[in-house]
Design a protein around this ligand. Structure first.
Ligand code: EPU
Length: 421
């Protein structure tokens, strides 16, 4: 199993390009199932989760052509299997995103229930309830969701909780339903807006994406479309934290600073000097140590749960006491226990971490437990004294494109060691 070996203490400097957003590319790939005709996607990140989604679509019969730049052509004319098997779904929960499109376009779907997850229970009850309200007949048996519908119909869906993939699944299903669907208390994440923009390019009639009420007027069919996926705000935020922790100055290109408000507010609070352009962000810490900040995660536009682990890592070496509260997932502090092994002073009280910054972390072998947790361990390794080994980095490969190459380009001492024992 690959590991990352990081020698801490090197400042970062220079420019890198940000990749396309994993959490926008995944639903957009699933949405190609809805099209009559070919879809052409660009700015798709080269990540394990994207490969998994392509395997899933390929097994259904979607024809996929991928070039060396990850431009993808997808055509669903030969779909023959309306199933997402447990073997793939268990490796990626976002596989649930094929449920809405399959049901809406082909009238049937059998999708494995995703099961538990390292960061929380993560049920999909709201996806299922929404589809039932739109006229689907759904059975959950033997670990599978089996759904049928002649044609879905529009409905008013008041979501109990803000759910990102739930909103996306129901929005996709509603594009081909008869009549008007209203999704109330919808997720407002930029990735939901990106999916809506793609669907509208395919001929869908969606209004209000990015607000808490999304209105979808169903159409009889959607066409193929060309689309470039939006930049990854979480990858951007992760590199900004890397620069802040190491007292460095970096510039990130090919990103969208407007999607980063909540993150930038906090980075300014810790003392970073930030400059923005239309598609770039530069951060300069001028060799200073970050100051402690308090974080409270919540759905967009509030501070993203997907940046909590990185801010936890930063807080371990910040000046003062930081209080980080996680409200989206019930078990998203596994990285805290690994950071403690590097000497961090973290006290966990329910969904809150109280972190007293120390002058320096000590390198240690650590284990990644999920995607963002693994990013936080890499960040800790960049500032720790000595050599940090990060194990189980398949988690990081799910969501960060060439992380060791990008960090090396910025001057970090990091390398991938294959099959190290
Ligand atoms: N929830 C329910 N029932 C549902 C759906 C969600 O109770 O039917 C709960 C969840 O258990 C959780 C909360 O609602 O407590 C929010 O979960 P949400 O459904 O929004 O999460 P998701 O759609 O499964 C997406 C991202 C996650 C990101 C969350 C929150 C994708 C593919 N995944 O997950 O990304 O953390 O939204 O922003 O878009 C990551 O990239 O590392 C990652 C985990």
């Amino acid at each position: 199993m690959d590991k990352l070996l990081i020698t801490g203490g090197y400042p970062l400097n220079g420019e890198i390009r940000i990749s396309g957003a994993k959490n926008a590319a995944l639903p957009i790939l699933a949405a190609t199932l809805l099209a009559e005709g070919s879809c052409h996607l660009s700015n798709v990140p080269h990540l394990q989760d994207i490969t998994t989604m392509m395997s899933l679509l390929g097994r259904m019969g979607v024809e996929l052509i991928v070039d060396e730049k990850m431009n993808i052509e997808a055509n669903s004319r030969s779909v023959h299997t309306l199933e997402a098997h447990y073997e793939l779904v268990k490796t990626m929960r976002a596989s649930i995103l094929v449920l809405g499109p399959l049901l809406a376009k082909f009238g049937r779907a059998q999708v494995s229930l995703p099961g538990g997850c390292a960061i929380g229970a993560r049920p999909v009850n709201l996806h299922i309830q929404g589809l039932i309200a739109m006229g689907a007949d759904i059975q959950v048996e033997g670990g599978y969701i089996t759904a049928k519908a002649k044609r879905l119909h529009g409905a008013t869906l008041l979501m109990d909780l803000v759910t990102v993939t739930g909103t996306e699944n129901l929005m996709m299903a509603a594009t081909l339903a008869e009549g008007i669907t209203l999704i109330e208390n919808a997720a407002r994440e930029p990735e939901v807006v990106d999916l809506a923009n793609f669907l509208n390019k395919m001929g869908a009639r969606i209004q209000g994406a990015g607000t808490e009420t999304i209105c979808i007027e169903g159409v009889p069919q959607l066409t193929g479309a060309e689309y470039s996926v939006l930049p990854d705000r979480i990858e951007t935020g992760t590199y900004l934290v890397a620069a802040t922790m190491t007292g460095s100055s970096i510039k990130l290109k090919g990103t969208d600073p407007h999607l980063l408000d909540a993150i930038l507010v906090k980075l300014r609070e810790v003392g970073a000097k930030i400059t923005l352009g239309t598609d770039w962000v530069a951060l300069d810490m001028q060799g200073r140590r970050p100051k402690a900040v308090n974080i409270h995660t919540a759905p967009y536009p509030a501070f993203p749960t997907d940046m909590q682990a990185q801010f936890t890592a930063m807080s371990t070496i910040s000046e003062g006491v930081s209080i980080l509260t996680e409200t989206v997932f019930e078990n998203r502090f596994m990285h805290a226990l690994e950071l403690q092994r590097m000497g961090a002073d973290i006290r966990l009280e329910g969904n809150t971490a109280i972190i007293k910054g120390i002058a320096e972390l000590q390198a240690a072998p650590v284990m990644a437990t999920d995607l963002r947790a693994s990013a936080s361990l890499v960040l800790a390794g960049l500032v720790a004294k000595g050599e940090t080994w990060v194990d189980r980095i398949y988690h990081i490969d799910r969501g960060y494109e060439r992380i060791e190459e990008k960090l090396t380009q910025l001057g970090a001492k990091i390398r991938r060691v294959r099959n190290h024992v």
